[in-house]
Design a binder for this molecule. Sequence first.
Ligand code: CA
Length: 232
Amino acid sequence: MNKPLVLVVEDDLPVRNLMTTTLKTRDYRYLTAKNGAEALLLASSHNPEAVFLDLGLPDMDGVDVIRNIRSWSNMPIIVISARSEDSDKIQALDAGADDYLTKPFSVEELLARLRVTMRRLTLMNGVGAETAIYENGTLKIDYSAGCAYLRGEELKLTPMEYKLLCLLARNTGKVLTHTYITQHIWGRSWENDVASLRVFMVGLRKKLEAGPDSPQYIQTHIGIGYRMLRVE
Ligand code: CA
């Protein structure tokens, strides 16, 4: 099997070198782009397995690179940005990024995120990706029956909790913003919808997670959203 190809989009040479060295030592292949135009050209001509994307590029906003790629591909995009404001992360995630890291980042963290997003791609492309059964750790969702089980026991979920669980499960590995979730659940996103979402999330977690302080399935991204993790 070919080594996975990662497109590194970064105008800052030392950061770019750090990423490519890391990839090389871990047996990934890589391509590099110094700006948005190069990134789009390489993404479309080489169809990489994943993209590391800096948001502050010299010729265009990284968010526009995400929008462009998403118009024709669902390749995993991990945003690596110096911007620490939540609004930038939210904008990137809503444009279709899978995950984000804020500079300075650790190389191990970067590799871990890469593995998570690549696994999501394998699941999406794998045989049975559209099957009616979802399994993750001891969580099982039977979409056709509209039931969810944990350790073989049926979870007594409200319709809203079930809807929320399915949305997160279908996007396992991807950070979903509050806006994304509320739009998919209620078809709109108002301030009080985000507050309601928190309430439903508390209810869902009480039934799904072993303890309130040790969430295994649903990860909170404070001020941003939630992500369903893949549990081994
Ligand atoms: Ca930059």
